[in-house]
Design a protein around this ligand. Structure first.
Ligand code: GLN
Length: 482
């Protein structure tokens, strides 16, 4: 079997037993990205040159029995809204096309300590706003399963990179589904951790109360390994929390709730069938399953599209032509800012800033933003009540499999609907994961989502492995062989 298809643990075993070397893995990975990149455009930058040396250092550590652990020499791709010192961090925006990071994000410091090897920076929807990676200022990314289709978004480049085997795992960011939805569209595992357990320091902010960094991988164990490496309290992030994990059962005594509202209108038969398939197998294994209702879930898109734009309008105010990136001159400083923002931001980003500024304006603050905050609080209460009854919640990850490029670009509302199932976990700060379970009629991957209460990430991952074993999904994109 080719090295690039193996799991992190399998690779580490081969390195430890001196049956393979990190530098061999890296050449395998690099050959793949060299041939697939022109087709997929998963990356905005590839770091090939430096990596040869870095991989050789890993080789030496394994030769001398001094490796630093499971991630030593493992090639990881990084979404281009996470700062790596000295590299460009563009957020796929014209605004930051020349912005070079003066510091490392905390997740990068942590991965550096593990001696991972960064393959490059991956494409995204501009400032992580979107569900298809079509909002990138630098061109779209294609789905490795079928290049007529989108890879999902906003972490579409990260998902395409792992799916095509241009990296072993990738970091994405998830504000309303941007890790889980592209993972589902590309047949991968996508994990959004409990809010606050992974530092956001050095992640360029979209909506700070919702953003969370997490892994996209071929399997659940890889996601766990990366999560263990990047999580933990960070004094540099004011919303960071101590990662004091709570254990909940993941054996047959675990209780599973099927979310009624996410099995109804707006969800395709195909997506629903994946959930039914998984439930059938859990039932056969003796798990207790019941239907649960979370009525406010139906409002999550409305709540999200007030809160996220409101926060983004504040966060993106810093891009004014004075401090970062692009500057388009004008006769006055005011005109300079106007010109810079008019030219630097794309349509979707502008739409969100307008929406957010409106929702926060004096006359409407209470009516829109305030109401959304109150509804969010009620929804969190609904979730906590349900978690007194069940340990895990199950639903489809997405209403449908991947859609064709261009299919939803002219209708933002339709695009927003692709996050129907994923947004609730962000609003409530819950850990949530997408596991690939099957294929649509068009041979495109479909996934199932699991959520659990805050700080039960590790139990959630353990339970996910039960499902993963049972469905035995082959993550290699059939489309790539063409
Ligand atoms: N698709 C959602 C949006 O456009 C979520 C994006 C994300 O999670 N970063 O806002």
């Amino acid at each position: 079997m080719e090295l690039k298809n193996l799991s992190i643990r399998q690779l580490n075993n081969l390195f430890v037993e001196k049956k393979a070397k990190p530098s061999e893995l890296y050449s395998d990975i690099f050959d793949t990205s060299a041939s697939s990149e022109s087709l997929l455009h998963a990356h905005l930058a590839l770091f090939e040159e430096k990596n040869i040396e870095i991989a050789k250092n890993s080789d030496k550590r394994f030769e001398n029995g001094e490796s630093t652990g499971l991630l030593d020499g493992i090639p990881i791709a990084i979404k281009d809204n996470i700062n790596i010192k000295g590299e460009l961090t563009t957020c796929s925006s014209k605004m930051l096309s020349n912005y070079r990071s003066p510091y490392n994000a905390t997740v990068i410091e942590k991965l550096d300590n593990e001696n991972v090897l960064y393959t490059g920076k991956t494409n995204l929807d501009e400032f992580a706003m979107g569900s298809s990676t079509e909002n990138s200022a630098f061109g779209l990314t294609k789905n490795p399963w079928n290049t007529d289709y989108v890879p999902g978004g906003s972490s579409g480049g990260s998902a395409a990179s792992v799916s095509a085997r241009s990296s072993i795992g990738a970091l994405g960011s998830d504000t309303g589904g941007s890790i889980r939805q592209p993972a589902a569209f590309c047949g991968l595992v996508g994990f959004k951790p409990t809010y606050g357990t992974v530092s956001r320091y050095g992640l360029i902010a979209f909506a700070s109360s919702l953003d969370q960094i997490g892994p996209i991988t071929k399997n659940v164990d890889d996601a766990r390994i990366i999560y263990n490496a990047i999580s933990g309290h960070d004094a540099l992030d004011a919303t960071s929390i101590d990662n004091n994990q709570i254990n909940i059962p993941f054996d047959k005594s675990a209780k599973i709730g099927v979310i009624k509202e996410l099995m109804e209108d707006g969800i395709s038969d195909e997506s629903r069938n994946e959930v039914s398939k998984v439930l059938e197998s859990l039932k056969n294994q003796g798990y207790q399953i019941k239907e649960v209702s979370l009525p406010l879930i139906k409002l999550s898109i409305s709540i999200y599209y007030l809160i996220a734009p409101a926060e983004c309008s504040a966060n993106l105010a810093r891009f004014d032509g004075v401090r970062y990136g692009l500057r388009v001159e004008g006769k006055t400083s005011y005109e300079m800012m106007q010109n810079t923002r008019a030219e630097g931001f794309g349509d979707e980003v502008k739409r969100r800033i307008l929406l957010g500024t409106y929702a926060l304006s004096a006359g409407y603050y209470d009516e829109y933003y305030g109401k959304a905050l109150r509804a969010r609080k009620k929804m969190i209460d609904e979730f906590s009540n349900i978690f007194n009854d069940v340990d895990y919640l199950i639903s489809p990850t997405t209403p449908t499999a991947a859609f064709k490029a261009g299919e939803k670009t002219s209708n933002p509302l339709e695009m927003y609907m692709s996050d129907l199932c994923t947004i609730p976990a962000n609003l409530a700060g819950l850990p949530a994961i997408s596991i690939p379970t099957g294929l649509s009629k068009e041979n495109l991957p479909l996934g199932v989502q699991l959520m659990s209460k805050p700080l039960t990430d590790l139990s959630l991952l353990n339970f996910s492995e039960v499902i993963e074993k049972e469905v035995d999904f082959d993550t290699f994109p059939k489309g790539l062989e063409k």
